[in-house]
Design a protein around this ligand. Structure first.
Ligand SMILES: Nc1nc2c(ncn2[C@@H]2O[C@H](COP(=O)(O)OP(=O)(O)OP(=O)(O)O)[C@@H](O)[C@H]2O)c(=O)[nH]1
Ligand SMILES: [Mg+2]
Length: 203
């Protein structure tokens, strides 16, 4: 849940990168860390890794400017994508305000993407959150691999698999080149802040 600190004029929110193992969640965060130096307000912390596999989570604190005089502070997390870490993923999702689902464009990862999205839906439900209601962005990652002649799914195929019912904004990206990485985060933040506004109005 977002924290509104009226005294300090701060809004703090939590955005989580979710998706199957090796889809590029940590690489997205590494790109943010090295590219948006002005917005990064601390160190990127990777808690427990084995090689490039996340075993617990990655964390990056960011400050994303001001809205109506309030400083927007964002805590960005990635989950461990490997199937067996579902309970850790649930833990990392606690208090989430916005989700970026990083899907792997490699054709061989099709099933893994769909299973991970189901897992997200399930873990959100455990916190009483409907996947159709939470600010959610779809990122079709690793588009750069097409140039290496690797078999990728078409965007249409990925949208059919993952976004037919959700109908959330989606971005093509390469976490390696950085293409679409900033745009994905910006859109997620936009939806997240918009949803706070709506909650305020209805509350
Ligand atoms: N070519 C290419 N490789 C990528 C891209 N994103 C990630 N990778 C590579 O894919 C591998 C896995 O990336 P990670 O960012 O560690 O994946 P992850 O989603 O954090 O994986 P887990 O921590 O196991 O959940 C690494 O070797 C990355 O360099 C991309 O957009 N293009
Ligand atoms: Mg990782």
């Amino acid at each position: 849940m977002a924290i509104f600190n009226i005294k300090k004029k701060e809004i703090e929110c939590k955005i989580v990168y979710y998706g199957p193992g090796r889809s590029g969640k940590t690489t997205n965060m590494e790109y943010l860390y090295k590219t948006y130096k002005k917005q990064v307000v601390g160190e990127m912390v990777s808690v427990d890794t084995e090689g490039d596999r996340t075993l617990f989570f990655d964390f990056l604190p960011m400050g994303l400017g001001q809205i109506k005089g309030f400083d927007i502070r964002v805590q960005v997390y990635t989950v461990p994508g490997q199937v067996q870490y579902s309970s850790t993923r649930k833990l990392v999702l606690k208090g989430v305000d916005g989700v970026i689902f990083v899907a792997d464009s490699l054709a061989v990862r099709r099933e893994k993407n769909m299973l991970s999205l189901k897992d997200l839906q399930h873990n959100l439900k455990e916190y009483g959150i409907n996947i159709l209601k939470i600010p959610l962005i779809m990122q079709h990652n690793k588009r750069d691999l097409a140039e290496q002649g690797l078999p990728l799914m078409s965007i249409e195929q990925m949208e059919r698999d993952l976004n037919r019912q959700l109908k959330v904004p989606s971005f093509s990206a390469s976490a390696i080149t950085g293409d679409g990485v900033g745009a994905t985060l910006k859109e997620c933040l936009k939806l997240t802040l918009l949803s706070f506004k709506k909650q305020f109005k209805s509350g």
